[in-house]
Design a protein around this ligand. Structure first.
Ligand code: CA
Length: 222
């Protein structure tokens, strides 16, 4: 059963869509605003995300940007009341997969969702190579110069998050929010501990994780 994250602040519309999609056999989690949607998407791998553009706390475009920046590749179906061509183009440019103009029939939404689910899922880069590091997501193996790295689960996730943004500064808060669930208690120095362990494991030939005081971490090819 495919899981759908339904981001919509109109409570009545949301209830109606949840009922319609549940009747189609989907498991649907409603999110009434951008912040809770991002929280939910970081905890749960969704097969499809439907995204209202007009949300109370942030625009759907910002939600989409955050989702993609966090490495979420789930197909996104934009729901917009605005029929401005600019909105549609902007959404598609930001990585949305399709859009529906409000008002629409739930049947039409279900048809679009079926079409998106039929699309072959493209994994952008199952293997990431940075210098002598080879990070193979599909086989869950990381090697430096042919040497297997023994990574614990969280270390793997921290490394993966840094590798998805090589050459960019990633703040400690952002890493923490991506590595831990929002309701999980996190020790203040948890990320520092993982970074220190990763550095030891990547040495001497792997890429370098630089600390930029007050800004975050930067992964660089060695
Ligand atoms: Ca709305």
């Amino acid at each position: 059963m495919a899981r759908i994250l339904l981001i919509e602040d109109d409570a009545a519309l949301s209830r109606g869509l949840v009922a319609a999609l549940t009747a189609e056999g989907y498991s649907v989690d409603p999110a009434p605003d951008g912040a809770s949607a991002l929280m939910m998407a970081s905890d749960e791998p969704y097969a499809i995300i439907t995204l209202d553009i007009g949300l109370p706390d942030m625009s759907g475009f910002d939600v989409l940007k955050s989702l993609r920046a966090r490495g979420c590749h789930a197909p996104v179906l934009i729901l917009t009341a605005r029929d401005e061509i600019d909105d549609r183009v902007r959404g598609l440019d930001l990585g949305a997969d399709d859009y529906l103009l409000k008002p629409f029939e739930p049947r039409e939404m279900a048809a679009r969702i079926r079409a998106l689910l039929r699309r072959p899922q493209v994994d952008p880069a199952p293997v990431i190579r940075v210098g002598k590091l080879e990070f193979d997501r599909s086989h869950h193996v990381a090697r430096v110069d042919g040497r297997d790295l023994d990574l614990r689960r969280r270390e793997w996730v921290v490394l993966e998050r840094l590798l998805s943004r090589v050459g960019q500064v990633v703040s400690k808060d952002r890493l923490a929010s991506e590595v831990f669930g929002y309701d999980e208690p996190v020790a203040p120095n948890a990320i520092e501990v993982y970074i220190a362990r990763l550095r030891r494991k990547l040495e001497p030939d792997g890429p370098t994780i630089r600390t930029l005081r007050g800004l975050g971490y930067l992964m660089e090819e060695n």
